[in-house]
Design a protein around this ligand. Structure first.
Ligand code: FES
Length: 156
């Protein structure tokens, strides 16, 4: 079947089968920033935004995303013009193997969109469904708090 999705602001028609997840279709069409970890909704590596909400794309049928606005990590920033959340992760060296980072960043951005000045506890709670297999949580939390400060300056 063919399905029309809006991904990162562009509407495209994709080939898909009815049983495909949103992650299947994204990854098959070059949006490989969303990672496939558990494929069962348990790790958060595949987190993207659907209508602004952090969403586990591995357990989201692609048909549910039809007509919605999907945002992936590729839509956030460019290599030489990163989104403040991405830049904060880089500057805080908040990554080890990096596999969880796209999902962490998408989850963090959703948090900051909703709560621009989170406490450390709120950051930890927001990220609690996103696993880091290197267990590098401390720097990730620091990066999100730093991103909040940067975005606050940007808004001033
Ligand atoms: Fe989707 Fe793990 S790959 S939650």
């Amino acid at each position: 079947m063919q399905i029309e999705l809006e991904v990162n602001g562009e509407t495209e028609t994709f080939e898909a089968s009815k049983s495909d997840s949103l992650l299947d279709v994204l990854r098959a069409n070059g949006y490989t920033g969303a990672k496939r970890g558990c494929d069962t909704g348990a790790c958060g590596f595949c987190t993207v935004h659907v209508d602004g909400d952090p969403t586990l794309s591995c357990v989201t049928p692609v048909t549910k995303a039809e007509g919605a606005s999907v945002e992936t990590i590729e839509g956030l920033g460019e290599q030489d013009d990163l989104h403040p959340v991405q830049q904060a992760f880089v500057d805080n060296t908040a990554l080890q193997c990096g596999f969880c980072i796209p999902g962490m960043i998408m989850r963090s951005k959703a948090l900051l969109d909703e709560n621009p000045d989170p406490t450390e506890q709120e950051v930890r709670e927001a990220l609690s469904d996103n696993l880091c297999r290197c267990t590098g949580y401390k720097k990730i939390v620091e990066a999100v708090l730093d991103a909040a400060d940067r975005m606050d300056v940007d808004r001033a």
